[in-house]
Design a binder for this molecule. Sequence first.
Ligand code: NAD
Length: 482
Amino acid sequence: MSRDMARNYIGGKWCDSAAERLDVRDPSTDEVIGQVPLSSSKEVEAAAQAASDAFEEWRETPPVVRIQYLFRLRELMEENYEDLARTIVLEEGKTLDEARGEMRRTIENIEVAAGTPSLMMGRNLEDVARGIDEEVVRQPMGVFACIAPFNFPAMVPWWFSPYALATGNTYVIKPSEQVPFSQQRIFELLHELDLPPGVINLVHGGREAVEALVEHPSIVGVSAVTSTPVARHIYAKASAQGKRAQCQAGAKNFIVVMPDADLGRAVPGLITSFFGCAGERCLAGSVLVAVGDVYEPLKERFTAAARDLTVGNPMDETVQMGPVISQQHRERVLAHIEAGLKEGARLILDGRAVSVEGCERGYFLGPTILDDVHPDMSIAKEEIFGPVPSLMRVGDLSEALDIIDRNPYGNAASIYTSSGAAAREFKYRVRCGNIGINVGVVAAMAFFPFGGTKESFFGDLHGQGQDAVDFFTEKKVVISRW
Ligand code: NAD
């Protein structure tokens, strides 16, 4: 497992960076597991140049040949599955099962991208006028880049990069500086493929590297997955230069439970949604909205199930929730709880004092539930990104829909109900990119588009599947007469 110095991978070679380094810590123990360079704009320039130099030859490589590399990468990922999952756990802190799930989703995107020769096919019509044919063809555009967040260190760059490569573009990945080693490990596997140098490159770093990527003239588009202020900034900067940009951003997800919901089936889904990945996923539930009479039984069963969760070292197979990513983030989540209490919310489950034997310095926070939350409180409006659900009580579905509508984010929302009419009303009215009906974590499979609306997404084409192929290609119409 790579646990020392994260290195850049540029033009098919591992490169030591001369830049300032940051310590990378295991969130379960606070131990330093390695260092990451905050690469300079010069190093980004070298990666962009290598990708640009590789482009002409790569675009001329037939798609059926390009996807052979993806098949082989898929096999290498399967062979190294457990090692990759453990690398994710080590640097991110999610549980082993959650990390295995992340690797599965990573591989699924590679599998779907291997269908690119079909997804990329153009269309044609003979005799648009007598003796004249018209066709539309798709072509790759050049060098694209991905700017990734900490919470899915392996998967997020692979929502985009397999499609970019299969369609004939070349690529630069910049992982989050908090979790450099999962991509490092994936690039060790990529290195075994003998791809032409420069087709895919890895640059570690922070803000300077991001700015340099977005500004670089050879980079024609970016896929960013970040908090909302960063996404808005990257989108504005990239699009002002005429670049393509798809920027997936923050979230505040509401889950509505109707009085007719089957709580026996709903509660396990709710627990996974609010506490899975310690609440650090853009699809995590954040506000639990109880409609009418369901409030009391829902509160009781949800709180009891949350209290039973095993918090601990995520490398332990029996543990159900690991730490949050950093001490700084833990303090941010605690500040949200404090703000909620000041605004009048009530703690009905307090996980702030949780302690894990053998991991006393880890960034743990037990399940924490705030009740009596009102829509105008900060905890009901702002992204928390931790295991801290807010419980809210409303009179009817229409009131719940109005609250969701007023929230600036639009990543995901779910309803638990046994009424087709309520489910239909919800699906029809809620303006979110991902809607769950009796499903709490609305994670689109790789052959569906993935992205949000409102302040959760800046751009138009989403990640994954056909949307990704559209994002990475431009269309030309050819009209011919012979
Ligand atoms: P972040 O915004 O702090 O960092 C994400 C990336 O942006 C990193 O690579 C980082 O180096 C870079 N970055 C940070 N600050 C920057 C700045 N000022 N200028 C330029 N670049 C900067 O986010 P994070 O804490 O790593 O990840 C969590 C956030 O990502 C949450 O808001 C979460 O909702 C969001 N997210 C969204 C999705 C989605 O699909 N919508 C998926 C995963 C995570």
